[in-house]
Ligand binder design. Structure first.
Ligand SMILES: [Fe+2]
Ligand SMILES: [Fe+2]
Length: 327
């Protein structure tokens, strides 16, 4: 063997790269899209350095970046991040979108020890979307426990879309029945989420149109998850409805944010020219007075540009070894 690489020499460039990614994530002078590129790369790594940088980012003055960092910590299911997420959830000086993502992350990590805090926030958080997320997280933790003890199964498995979902999909029932549950304003939020994920996993025109229909629901929390799911599905049938959500200045910023990102992800999939309208809209709303919305459009447009030029938005998937001047 000619390979003379020692463990030390192979880990050093890796550590340098991790550090560069952390610096980029936390540098407020960088464009938001560059900071997102760093975040999307760090979420694929493990260990204290990426974790601490992401924890730090949950306190960023960009609410968009802060909420994405909390979301990433939940998707990584790293129990070491729990104390920081508990603090974020309890800190009412933070934007509701950030507290929401912290609650969702605690649900995704699934520790029973978080039940008292989630119950407390369910009763006391002033924002409805945060209270509803606490309700979902509590039910998820209960389900993880039941599934683990009764069936010996793990709910920790990722969905076919590689996300750790806030609810397990309802075991198969007809698209009509699932649609009914999803659209029922009297139904519990967890059941509506479970129907949404079952429809997503089922796929097909009827399921997709039921999902699009649910963008007319009352709950901002449900609508933001619906928009996120439509982004996962990358079905262009959803474009018109998502455009309407993005245009609606009275809609909750969390919902408009997910609509913008979903439009970007559908545009990546569809390609020119059918997505021109979405791209024009993203360009228009990149100037929205609400930073959560304008920054979402900026990130979506940047991702689209990378995809179209055949490059990866995430640094870590670039083929050549990273040189410092790539940053
Ligand atoms: Fe969310
Ligand atoms: Fe989000």
């Amino acid at each position: 063997m000619n390979d003379t690489t020692t463990p030390e020499s192979s880990s050093r460039p890796e550590n340098d790269m991790q550090q560069l990614l952390c610096d980029r994530l936390l540098d407020p002078t960088q464009p938001i899209s560059e900071r997102f590129r760093a975040l999307f790369s760090l979420r694929n790594l493990k260990g204290p350095v990426p974790r601490n940088a992401l924890v730090h980012a949950t306190r960023d003055s960009s609410n968009l970046l802060a909420h994405e960092a909390a979301f990433a910590l939940g998707q990584m299911q790293d129990t070491e991040a729990v104390p920081a997420l508990e603090e974020v959830l309890s800190d009412l000086s933070l934007h509701p979108i950030v507290r929401h993502e912290a609650a969702e992350a605690l649900g995704a990590i699934g520790l029973e020890s978080n039940v008292p805090l989630l119950k407390d926030r369910l009763a006391l958080d002033p924002a409805q979307e945060v209270r509803e997320t606490c309700e979902l997280a509590l039910k998820r933790i209960e389900d993880v426990k039941t599934a683990g003890s009764a069936l010996g199964l793990s709910m920790e498995e990722k969905s076919p879309f590689l996300s750790v979902d806030p609810a397990a999909p309802i075991a198969y029932s007809s698209v009509d029945k699932l649609r009914e549950v999803l659209l029922d304003e009297e139904e519990r939020m967890y059941e509506r989420y479970a129907a949404l994920f079952a429809l997503r996993n089922h796929g097909g025109c009827e399921a997709v149109s039921a999902i699009i229909e649910s963008l007319g629901s009352k709950s901002a929390l449900l609508k933001h998850e619906v928009a996120y799911v439509l982004g996962q599905l990358q079905n262009k049938a959803a474009c018109a409805a998502l455009c309407n959500v993005l245009r609606d200045a009275n809609e909750n910023a969390m919902v408009r944010h997910e609509a913008a990102e979903a439009l970007g992800s559908i545009a990546v999939h569809v390609g020119k020219p059918s997505d021109d309208q979405s791209v024009a809209l993203l360009e228009e709303f990149a100037k929205d007075p609400e930073p959560i919305v304008s920054q979402s459009c900026e990130v979506a447009l940047s991702m689209l540009e990378y995809e179209r030029s055949g490059k990866s938005f995430e640094y870590l998937f670039q083929k050549a070894p990273l040189a410092c001047n790539d940053f």
